[in-house]
Design a protein around this ligand. Structure first.
Ligand SMILES: [Fe+2]
Ligand SMILES: [Fe+2]
Length: 474
């Protein structure tokens, strides 16, 4: 169980390490300052029907109730330790899992933790203005739930930095509160976390595509030989699942509403669809293309010696490492990657050890494909002849072997000029954004009411009815 009587709720017996406790209690007001500045806009007095972790056990970990977000009990929760756990891959395979940071991996591990930690406050910053255009009270509550949990994920990484990395760790923890998403001088570390999230379609796409990148990174870190990192990430994953649910159902509800009105009014042309005050499927496809391609970049270069080092040293595993039936060393194995040669995309076999980013990206793509096919079913059920597709992996990429090439949505290598001519056939244009934002000019917050452009969800949160008062504005 989690101890909520302490200033910082935790299940790591924080009270026994006074120095660490003091350091974190010193960081806490800085975190609150960041939340007041960069957390959801104008929300500080709202009472929100949130879930809070009360136990790290898989059953019944959540408790629901009204909370003012600045009073949310952010804390430090690790999955319980398995005394028999070992390092399961790389050259240290078979050793007992590390409870302290091995000296030779100190700076590498710190970088991995900082990079993960930086994404958490970044997404809160990206989403901070969306409350003023929410489509319902239910959705408003959901975005706030995501925001407080991303805040907790920052706490999770900051605990590791403070506990295991001494002075350097404390400095990194301060920098995590100093960078700002999209800031010209002090931006967040990764590209997708500096893109704006200007509207709710972008928010749902982000939680479907980009929070899922978070899931796969956390899954790889949950395999780490550094046990405290593994246990931290395991618990974060339980929270991440809800974020992806919000994204998948959000997009699905938008598609559903569009299809309903298309059928009812027997229209198909995008401008007629827009005339009904819903988002045309073509625009949804363009948003999908954008968020998918930007998120693919987060996995890094297709061939990467860093990724190989992380694996060989036992710091970052593969997705479901322990379920894979091989030597967990990758000393001989090959893996296919793509590259652009002479105006064509060609496949090439490289040592699997160097292709671990690409492999994780492929694992991610498989999960994305099944989510997109669930969206497709909504369209099919309505009998509308429209196919949602995933762009080619090389489309609109800025990192890896496709960077610097102009790849079409179907994987054709084009001249930059030819690509530019078609850019807004594939990606949301300024008028697309303007249209979507025109639908979301104000917030819908009457209990049980939903904006015209989105269908209600199948059910409420924690079995509450749809007209439940999920947020009290005071
Ligand atoms: Fe997160
Ligand atoms: Fe998340």
């Amino acid at each position: 169980m989690i101890n909520y009587t302490e200033k910082i709720p935790n299940n790591v017996d924080l009270g026994r390490d006074r120095v660490l406790q003091r350091a974190l209690e010193h960081w806490q007001p800085a975190y609150m300052g960041w939340w007041y500045d960069m957390g959801p806009n104008e929300s500080h007095n709202y009472e929100v029907y949130l879930r809070t972790a009360i136990s790290v056990e898989p059953d019944g970990w959540a408790q629901f109730g009204y909370v003012k977000m600045p009073d949310y009990r952010w804390g430090i929760f690790l999955q319980p330790r398995d005394e028999k756990r070992e390092v399961n891959f790389g050259i240290h395979k078979g050793q007992a899992a590390w409870q302290e940071v091995p000296g030779e991996y100190r700076s590498t591990l710190r970088r991995v933790i900082v990079t993960q930690g930086d994404t958490e406050p970044a997404s809160v910053e990206q989403q901070r203005m969306l409350g003023s255009s929410c489509p319902s009270m239910y959705d408003l509550r959901n975005i706030f739930q995501v925001n407080v949990e991303e805040g907790r994920h920052l706490w999770a990484m900051v605990y590791l930095l403070h506990r295991y990395f001494g002075r350097d760790g404390r400095e990194e923890a301060e920098s995590l509160l100093a960078r700002r998403s999209g800031d010209a001088d002090n931006p967040r570390i990764l590209g997708a976390f500096n893109e704006p999230t200007p509207d709710w379609l972008a928010f749902y796409m982000f939680t479907f595509f980009t929070d899922r990148d978070g899931k796969f990174q956390l899954c790889a870190l949950a395999e780490s030989g550094f046990d405290p990192l593994a246990r931290t990430c395991r618990f974060m994953l339980t929270e991440e699942a809800h974020h992806m649910f919000i994204g998948e159902t959000g997009v699905s509800r938008i598609i559903q509403r569009t299809c309903e009105l298309m059928k009812e009014h027997k229209v198909e042309d995008p401008s007629d669809v827009r005339g009904l005050g819903v988002i045309d499927l073509q625009t949804i496809q363009r948003y999908l293309n954008f968020h998918y391609s930007v998120t693919l970049d987060l996995y890094g270069s297709d061939v990467s010696s860093n990724a190989a080092n992380y694996f060989t040293s036992g710091l970052k595993g593969r997705f479901e490492e322990t379920k894979i039936n091989d030597d967990h060393l990758l000393s001989e194995a090959l893996y296919p990657v793509y590259e652009v040669i002479g105006g064509k995309i060609a496949q090439k076999q490289v040592p699997a050890l160097t292709a671990l980013n690409e492999r994780l990206r492929d694992d991610y793509i498989r999960e994305i494909e099944s989510g997109v096919s669930r969206w497709q079913r909504v369209i099919d059920k309505a009998g509308i002849p429209f196919r949602l597709t995933l762009p080619h992996k090389g489309f609109h990429r800025a990192i890896g072997n496709f960077a610097g090439h102009s790849i079409s949505i179907d994987g054709e290598v084009l001249s930059e000029e030819a690509w530019k001519k078609q850019e807004y056939k594939w990606l949301p244009s300024p008028p697309d954004h303007a249209f979507v934002q025109s639908l979301m000019s104000g917030r819908v917050v009457e209990p049980g009411k939903f904006a015209n452009w989105i269908a209600p969800p199948a059910r409420g949160i924690n079995n509450q009815p749809l007209n439940f008062e999920y947020v009290r504005f005071n």
